[in-house]
Design a protein around this ligand. Structure first.
Ligand SMILES: *Cc1c(COP(=O)(O)O)cnc(C)c1O
Length: 366
């Protein structure tokens, strides 16, 4: 056990979530493990996801894909944030599939001289207006597609977590058109993938040949307001963040707490000092979250500092210096969840889990 704080990752929860999502989708599942597997740890999560039935891994950066290969993982990997100027030769040498969303990058990939044929997925912009080719793939001259193996075509939803939004259907229809265009050019056997977690959970018409699930695989709801809690979706949150109380102290009423003295104790109470702060990913603006100890929540009092924050344990608390407390977890025992922390920070669970800093060790439970 570490001295200060630790992230505990339940790998069987990840396996179970993958199985649940795959059953829902009814097609292949790409486990999205970018950003250190959303803060859960790239390699252990990738292995658990493959154990759970994922057949592909998806990452943003080429470095992430290379790290997976360096760990001995042989499953197909797609990296989608690989701009022109990237080390495409290393990617191709390591059997990493590349997303292509510009002619410039495509030309660089085609110009490679290695023995292996580059494998690419065409990224198309169906309305999110981020990466991807815009017009119905017509700007890609067929000659530009020689010399590479086109493995797939994909796009990304902007509002899949809002099932009623017209934009979802518009994106789906544009995607179908772009697929049909490529089909008519003779590219008939492409892996078509469009759905993220939210679409996988609520929109079966967008599953095509494969879904790309991130947040839901970690057991977290893509959108608390529109899709409900993790529990209601049958998901198991995999991450628990725990910390040791660095100090417990009794203080009188009227004690100003932390930088700026933004809050004072209203009555005599016990405060707990947690040795985690915004440098570890505890949002400085969090209000209304805190810790859980011995069946009770204790809210943050005062400002979060770089390495510490303070919670109001209450006058009757039995907590002692050195006790371990839960900052967030699955929520089953009444502890705060990543959703709660997201809400308390004007943000979302994605940001809470991905920003837990590298100085917090990850501990894996099977
Ligand atoms: C991050 C990402 C995903 C996964 O999104 P979730 O909402 O976490 O499921 C899928 N596809 C692409 C292109 C992404 O960037």
């Amino acid at each position: 056990m570490t001295n200060r704080a630790e992230v505990v990752i339940n790998l069987s929860a990840i396996k179970s979530n993958v199985a649940t999502l795959k059953a829902k989708a009814g097609v292949d599942l790409m486990a999205v493990v970018k950003a250190d597997a959303y803060g859960h740890g790239l390699v252990p999560v990738a292995k658990a996801a493959l154990d759970g039935g994922a057949t592909w891994l998806g990452v943003a950066l080429l470095e992430e894909a290379i790290a997976l290969r360096a760990a001995g993982i042989t499953a197909p990997i797609l990296a989608w944030l690989v701009p022109s100027g990237s080390d495409f030769q290393s990617a191709v040498d390591k059997d990493i599939d590349l997303a292509v969303s510009s002619i410039k990058a495509l030309d660089e990939i085609r110009a490679l001289k290695g023995a292996k044929r580059p494998r690419i997925h065409l990224e198309v912009d169906t309305g999110m207006t981020r990466g991807g080719f815009l017009s119905e793939c017509c700007e890609i001259d067929i000659n530009h597609l020689q010399g590479v193996e086109i493995v797939g075509i994909f796009s990304h939803f902007a509002r899949a977590d809002e099932p009623g939004q017209a934009q979802n259907l518009e994106q789906l229809n544009r995607f179908k058109k772009m697929v049909a265009n490529l089909d008519s050019l003779g590219f008939t056997n492409l892996i078509r993938h469009l759905s993220n977690s939210a679409a996988t959970l609520v929109d079966h018409t967008s599953a095509f040949d494969m879904v790309r699930t991130g947040i839901a695989m970690y057991g977290l709801t893509p959108d608390l307001n529109h899709l409900g809690t993790s529990q209601s979706l049958g998901l198991k949150p995999a991450m628990t963040l725990r910390a040791k109380l660095h100090l417990v102290k009794a203080v009188p009423a009227g004690s100003p707490v932390g930088y700026g003295a933004t809050e004072k104790t209203k009555s005599e109470t016990k405060l707990g000092i947690v040795a985690m702060g915004y440098a570890d990913g505890i949002p400085r603006i969090a209000k209304g979250a805190g810790i859980f100890f011995n069946g009770k929540r204790a809210p943050i009092i005062g400002r979060v500092s770089m390495d510490q924050f303070v919670v109001n344990l209450g006058a009757q608390s039995s907590a002692q210096t050195g006790d371990w407390v839960t900052i967030f977890g699955p929520g089953d025992a009444g502890e705060y969840t990543a959703d709660d922390w997201g809400g308390a920070s004007g943000s979302i669970n994605y940001e809470i889990v991905t920003r837990i800093g590298p100085r917090v060790p990850r501990i894996y439970e099977l």
